[in-house]
Design a protein around this ligand. Structure first.
Ligand SMILES: *Cc1c(COP(=O)(O)O)cnc(C)c1O
Ligand SMILES: [Zn+2]
Length: 560
């Protein structure tokens, strides 16, 4: 491909407090004049002929980098792209009719490379890091940022350290792990996890992604505004004029999305491309709604929520800090509303949206729709308003919560069918084992599935370990007998065959008697139990003590 590179000589940053200009590549992290840490990129649109630019856009590749003139990258050769952005703006049919809205649109961010609008942030941030020569980055994430950064990081060799709060669904973090990110799951909430990530970055001298204080991140999010205005222009205006919606709605946590989108519309207004800025509908989970609570009290500063009560962890920022003030000011100037929705309302909204319009979204977006329903009911959003909803995410981790157990019907075909049988399970396993012959086999027997997964994840960060799991004693014993592992890690308290019996049976089997055994337990051991284990087990670990490197090192030592 004949790639044409574009270079900018300068990307000025303006302090949002005093306006002092610094250069992006030299930015010291705070305004040299007043110490403010939030700065905004400025672009010289005066030097661009807007009509030529609009015409050129039509011929550019379908990615948000078609707006590269207004993105914070010096040399487009450094762009790391997978076709993110330029997601469809889909007009709602049935749901709009049910709500009595004439112009309801979904900005379908599910269609990005990793399924959320965090793809935008990742492509710009990772490209900017690459341009600066940074090759490791630390993020705190409830899932989507970790997934997106991991994917883009993998593509260009930037290593990602992703810190996730306790409530993050494992399905999400596993997706990040697939891309090779280091996943650190904490026992804390989102705010605590952010602090831990910052400490870690400082201690290891690694680059920390700074959310709303990151120029790359806010600039990335503004591309939603550009796309919406361009797409609504095509849809509603003659002659290719761009157009702002009356409303932009999003579920809000840290506030990065709407802050970026606000900057985008402000730029478009300054360039003369749109007539006005949209009102914002900003929706939080009732169980963690510091912005909504402050807004309802008429306050410009939010009181942090210490104990979040929502399972929708994507929206569980308890302390929004400066982001709330920026959004509060925006809403004061341009209109808008903060409201909240319960987890139950959010799950219900997901079902309603999916059944009416064929779009299934993740819980954070369910919150947004529940908020939309409320704002329509309360007369805040009017029938003729042009409304755009930021839709993100697949429902995969929560389908179980929404659908319950009775979601499918089974047809028993064993009597009538001629469908060839699948190869027996054991053959498959045997075949797989041959492929992995070089690695050490570890069997983890643990009835708490979360604990088992945590352990296996820690072990699997070693390339030379292959972890098999069983969730009760019987299954564990069968696995051990079949695999002859290099190490057995077992819990003690399990229903049926418990750890003590399992160990007895292993020790009674001449083929298994020499297999090292590590016991992980939360149980207070009796003197007799301790004697038995001292004799039969190689190591006894207290539960909860194993989430660190030394745990892995100790186990690996047992393998050799
Ligand atoms: C990150 C995220 C949010 C919250 O975004 P902010 O703009 O940072 O408040 C909401 N919904 C989804 C799907 C997200 O991934
Ligand atoms: Zn300043």
């Amino acid at each position: 491909m004949n790639a044409q590179h574009h270079r900018k000589h300068s990307i000025p940053l303006a302090c949002i407090n005093c306006g002092t200009i610094t250069e992006l590549r030299d930015f010291p992290g705070a305004c040299p004049n007043c110490g403010e840490t939030i700065v905004e990129a400025r672009y010289d649109m005066g030097s661009i002929n807007v009509n030529e630019w609009l015409a050129a856009l039509k011929t550019r590749p379908s990615s948000l980098w078609r707006y590269h003139e207004v993105l914070p990258i010096y040399d487009t050769a450094n762009i790391v792209s997978m076709g993110e952005g330029v997601t469809p703006l889909i007009k709602s049919r049935a749901l709009a009719a049910a709500l009595g809205l004439n112009h309801l649109y979904f900005k379908d961010e599910r269609q990005g490379p990793t399924g959320s609008f965090k793809d935008r942030q990742a492509t710009v941030a990772i490209s900017a890091l690459k341009e600066m020569g940074v090759d490791e980055v630390v993020v705190a994430s409830t899932g989507n940022v970790a997934i997106a950064y991991s994917a883009y990081g993998a593509r260009t060799g930037v290593k990602v350290w992703a810190f996730a709060p306790a409530l993050t669904p494992n399905d999400k973090m596993r997706e990040a792990a697939i891309y090779g990110a280091e996943i650190i799951k904490t026992t804390g909430n989102y705010d605590q996890t952010k602090q831990l990530a910052a400490q870690f970055a400082r201690a290891k001298n690694l680059f920390l992604d700074k959310g709303i204080k990151s120029v790359a991140a806010t600039e990335a999010m503004k591309t939603m505004a550009y796309e919406i205005a361009e797409q609504l222009g095509d849809e509603l205006e003659d002659g290719g004029r761009w157009r702002s919606p009356d409303w932009f709605l999003q579920g809000v946590s840290g506030g990065l999305g709407p802050i970026g989108v606000a900057k985008g519309f402000r730029e478009l207004h300054d360039f003369g491309l749109v007539d006005k800025l949209p009102a914002f509908g900003l929706i939080q989970s009732t169980g963690c709604a510091p912005m909504v609570e402050a807004f309802e009290r008429g306050q410009r500063v939010a009181t942090p929520i210490e104990d979040s009560q929502t399972i929708i962890v994507t929206l569980a920022t308890g302390d929004p800090g400066r982001a709330y003030q920026i959004l509060y000011d925006y809403v004061h100037e341009n209109g808008g509303h903060f409201t909240s929705a319960t987890d139950e309302e959010a799950f219900n909204a997901i079902r309603i949206l999916a059944r009416n319009d064929g779009i299934s979204v993740e819980p954070a977006t369910g919150v947004t729709f529940a908020g939309l329903f409320r704002m329509v009911r309360e007369g805040i959003i009017k029938p003729d308003d042009v409304v755009v909803v930021n839709c993100s995410g697949h429902t995969m981790p929560v389908e179980k919560t929404i659908l319950g157990e009775q979601w499918q019907k089974l047809v028993d075909m064993t009597e009538t069918s001629e469908i060839p049988a699948l190869p027996p399970q054991d053959d498959l396993v045997a075949a797989l084992e041959q492929i992995n012959a070089a690695s050490k086999k570890i069997v983890v027997i643990e009835d708490n599935e979360e604990a088992a997964r945590l352990m296996s994840r820690i072990l699997e960060t070693r390339d030379d370990c292959e972890v098999h799991m069983a969730h009760n004693g019987e299954a564990g014993l069968r696995l051990v007998q079949r695999l002859h592992p290099d190490l057995i890690i077992t819990d003690l308290m399990m229903p049926g065959v418990d750890g003590f019996e399992l160990i007895n049976r292993v020790k009674a089997d001449p083929q298994l008697v020499n297999t090292p055994i590590v016991v992980v337990t939360a149980k207070e051991l009796t003197v007799r139990e301790r004697e038995q284990l001292d004799e039969q087990a190689d190591m006894i670990l207290q539960k909860g003590s194993f989430i660190d490197d030394t745990f892995v090192e100790k186990l690996i030592a047992r393998l050799n």
